[in-house]
Design a binder for this molecule. Structure first.
Ligand SMILES: [Zn+2]
Length: 279
């Protein structure tokens, strides 16, 4: 094993302004500061390029990648201009079933919490209670509590094409974002496949990167889902296990971590601490 390490950051959203109900999500200013710091201290590479260099043991020192999960419209509206400004590239893992006007179950619950005056801790508990319900039951329960939608949260197809045209990588993240372990194998396979096919049809290009919904091995996905992803033609897949990748890492279960700290020094220290844990 060489000592080369690849840090893979995972984001979901970049907000227009801080949101007291969602304190872990960066707003534009915090994300801008994080990207500036990342650019200064790390060699940020596109995911496909980084994985190729990792396998050849040719990674530059302090190599890092940026990823986004789920496919929020703010990725194109707010994150993309900031990435551009710093000359950085990122990969976006998109759940295709919510493009063009859809909304994920967790955002239905967040809308409910906002309207009902529920605080961030109670919201986290509510999300955790619902997350592992059988898929259809979870979707129904969340939709039933949600007030009417006021804005489109997720990307539309032209925005996906715009991200791609801007040099960003687009990866699949299933169609409906189920917990794969909690659904019959046939449905899981179909959902992973549908997510890939839908994005390929939007982009008219192959989609070879995948991120497991929720992403915890043994709980959210199993070995059989790794085999499905490989059989469907994905070259690399990402979990949400914290740590950094090294040249012996399983390319179908690459670790990532969320740099959630609001202040710059802690963000940097967390990045560096993650590099000591090889997965
Ligand atoms: Zn996700």
């Amino acid at each position: 094993m060489s000592s080369q390490r690849l840090s893979i950051l995972m984001y979901h959203r970049v907000l227009a302004a801080p949101d007291a109900l969602l304190p872990s999500l960066p707003d534009i200013r915090r994300f801008d500061r994080q990207m500036a710091l990342l650019k200064r201290c790390f060699h940020v590479l596109p995911v496909t390029r980084a994985l190729s260099l990792l396998q050849q043991q040719r990674l530059p020192p302090r190599a890092a990648c940026i990823t986004f999960d789920d496919g929020y419209a703010d990725n194109a509206e707010y994150a993309l201009p900031i990435l551009h400004k710093h000359g950085l590239s990122a990969a976006f893992f998109i759940a295709s079933g919510y493009l063009d006007g859809g909304q994920m179950w967790n955002d239905d619950v967040i809308d409910h919490a906002r309207q009902a005056g529920v605080g961030p801790r109670a919201l986290d508990r509510l999300l955790l209670e619902l997350k592992y319900l059988p898929f259809e039951q979870r979707q129904r329960a969340a939709r039933a509590m949600a007030p009417p939608r006021r804005q489109e949260l997720m990307l539309c197809s032209p925005q996906v094409r715009a991200l791609h045209a801007a040099g960003m990588e687009i990866g699949a993240h299933t169609h409906r974002h189920p917990i794969l372990s909690a659904m019959p194998d046939g449905e899981a396979l179909a959902d992973i496949q549908q997510g890939k096919t839908a994005l390929e049809s939007i982009l008219q290009a192959p989609v070879t990167l995948f991120a497991y919904p929720n992403g915890k091995p043994g709980r959210d996905y199993q070995q059989r889902h790794i085999d499905m992803a490989r059989a469907l033609g994905f070259d690399a897949a990402f979990s949400t296990v914290a740590g950094s990748a090294y040249d012996g890492s399983d390319l179908m279960q690459l670790p990532r971590f969320t740099p959630w700290e609001p202040d710059r020094l802690r963000f940097l220290l967390r990045l560096l601490a993650q590099r000591r844990v090889a997965v």
